[in-house]
Design a protein around this ligand. Structure first.
Ligand code: KG4
Ligand code: ZN
Length: 339
């Protein structure tokens, strides 16, 4: 199979409009337009997201082609996120990808967003060591929290997942309670740096050994803050660093407990993380420490491949292109697409 290909990846599953070009495993461009409009609402508003995708998609793709220094006629295929995600958002990327593939008369390749987060580890970025099969992938983002056993590029089995909120939601909703803007995850991480992680103990929710639950934690934060603010109206401002550090400590050690259980259950000691929350400094540090402590091998993606991006869609497109795994032009978006 020809490998001298240029593949365009398009991602529009949530609130980032993104396009990237990949050539022989290497990313030539990786453009992301993050929709700021949702900040004012404290979370993603689906209707506004799809409208913003419609405005952003053409300039974002143009920029990706320009930065890759190629003309659209040089493209070998179009890869796009078919799901899971917000239906209105997915529809924008899906229809655009279909029209572009049809207009250029080149293959269309559907990509599962969650597989994208996992397979982003196979992008060649110079100094990264790629995971060896089988490995465990923990996908932690604003929309999903899963532990996946990855036996080959396209053989994946979900062995644990959240029964309610995603871990990113736990960060964002707790941040909202603390009066921080959306998305609050990176801010909690920032304030946690200078706080005392043991100051305020939060209870870890109890579910199956490899499953997750975060809705109780959010409620615990709410009641805790309400109680303390009643006694001291300045409680949040005076203790923000310690609250954030304690919260981050609880979430990170909960994630680590689940990964340890998955290692015990599968005997696999090679672990890769993906999704926006893998940008968190606490989980990165905990994984690095576990490497030497438990003799694990861990893979942490580059920051730009952690949060939603199209480079991860383009790498899956390239892997599927090699297998000639193409998608019919009558495909439709699938908001609840499974791995
Ligand atoms: O993968 P992503 O960009 O979009 C989804 O598919 O959801 O993940 C976004 C999530 C948000 O919840 C955001 O708060 C969280 O990732 N996030 C973080 C950090 N950076 C992003 N959470 C904690 N610490 C961070 N440093
Ligand atoms: Zn994502």
């Amino acid at each position: 199979m020809q490998t001298n290909t240029y593949i365009l990846g398009i991602e529009s599953s949530c609130d980032d409009t993104a396009a990237a070009v990949i050539h022989n495993n290497k990313i030539c461009s990786n453009v992301v337009a993050t929709q700021k409009i949702h900040e004012a609402y404290g979370g993603v508003v689906p209707e506004l997201a799809s409208r913003a995708h419609q405005q952003n998609i053409v300039p974002v793709i143009h920029q990706a082609l320009r930065e890759a220094n190629i003309d659209k006629k040089q493209l070998s295929a179009i890869a796009f996120t078919r799901g899971p995600g917000l239906m209105g958002s997915l529809l924008v990327g899906t229809s655009f990808a279909k029209s572009l593939a049809m207009g250029l008369n080149i293959p269309l390749i559907e990509v599962n967003h969650m597989q994208g987060h996992i397979l982003a580890h196979f992008i060649d970025d110079g100094d990264n060591e790629k995971p060896n099969f089988p490995f465990l992938a923990m996908t932690i983002s604003g929309g999903h929290t899963q532990i996946v056993k990855v036996s080959s590029h396209f053989e994946m089995e979900v062995i644990g997942e959240t029964i309610d909120d995603a871990v990113g939601e736990a960060f964002d909703k707790s941040a909202k309670i603390l009066g921080l803007p959306y998305p609050g995850g990176p801010l909690i991480d920032k304030y946690a740096q200078t706080g005392d992680p043991k100051r305020f103990p939060f209870t870890k929710p109890k579910v199956g050994p490899m499953d997750f639950s975060f809705s109780g934690l959010k409620t615990a934060v709410l009641y805790f803050v309400q109680r303390e603010v009643k006694n001291n109206p300045n409680f949040i401002e005076e203790n923000l660093e310690d609250i954030c550090a304690s919260l981050q400590y609880t979430i990170v050690s909960y994630l680590m407990d689940k990964i340890k259980n998955a290692v015990k259950h599968t005997g696999i000691k090679e672990i890769a993380i993906g999704g926006g929350v893998s940008a968190n400094s606490g989980i990165r540090k905990a994984l690095r420490e576990a490497e030497s402590k438990y003799n694990w091998k861990t893979h942490i993606p580059k920051f730009e491949y952690c949060t939603d991006n199209a480079a991860m869609i383009a790498i899956v497109g390239e892997l599927k292109y090699k297998e000639q795994s193409f998608t019919n032009l009558n495909v439709s978006a699938n908001a609840r697409m499974k791995i």
